[in-house]
Write a protein of this length. Structure first.
Length: 214
């Protein structure tokens, strides 16, 4: 029932986006309009035995659609596979609008990932996320990781690292080989160097003042 209801909502939103684009085209504005379609969060629908959002930092809650339709003169028709962060979205918009001079927004333009230019600097492929307080509705009766303490995650390349700042629990997933994040590799000896790098990144973020665990 939850999946059906979610699919119904998506179908309605898709229909309304079609209405918007059709109207822009009718007014001869579509070719000169920058359209960005994005979501603020995902939704748990039973994965990891969790429902709703604000419960964890698994990909079910973090991964969101991001579709950028530039104006006709700059359309590229590319699919970007690198990890990106919504933090870079404002900088991307002002870049595509040609207003980068004096821009107050942090981050880097994602447009460098699809531009055909030797001078284009690559966008950093690291995305940071945090969940400081759990969903107050407690939809999962205390099962969610967020109820064991604040969470922080670092996604870099194929891997994502999740740490619970309350319990100290760590999770490390290879999302290329394990897209559903079912196999925690944090305990593998072969992953120790990668785990140490992720721990340092967490400390640099300033979200964990206790440093890396033993």
């Amino acid at each position: 029932m939850a999946r059906d209801a979610y699919d119904s909502c998506l179908a309605y939103l898709d229909e309304q986006l079609g209405v918007l684009c059709d109207e822009l085209e009718r007014r001869a504005l579509l070719d000169d309009t920058l359209i960005v379609i994005v979501s603020d969060h995902g939704e748990g629908l039973g994965e990891h035995d969790l429902f709703d959002h604000g419960e964890s930092l698994y990909s079910t809650e973090l991964d969101v659609p991001l579709l950028i339709l530039p104006t006709k003169r700059s359309r590229a028709g590319r699919v970007v596979s690198q990890v990106v962060s919504l933090r870079d979205l404002p900088a991307t918009v002002v870049d595509l609008a040609g207003q980068t001079a004096g821009s107050p927004f942090p981050g880097h333009s994602m447009a460098n990932l699809w531009r055909d230019s030797d001078r284009a600097a690559p966008t950093a492929s690291t995305a940071f996320s945090e969940l400081l307080v759990p969903n107050p509705r407690n939809c999962n009766q205390g099962r969610s990781p967020a109820y064991r303490g604040p969470l922080i995650s670092v996604a870099d390349g194929d891997f994502v690292y999740i740490r619970n700042l309350g319990s100290g629990a760590e999770e490390l997933f290879n999302r290329r080989d394990d897209p559903r994040e079912l196999s925690n590799q944090a305990g593998l000896v072969s992953m120790k160097p990668l785990l140490a790098r992720f721990r340092k990144q967490v400390v640099r973020l300033g979200s964990d003042t206790s440093g890396a665990p033993p």
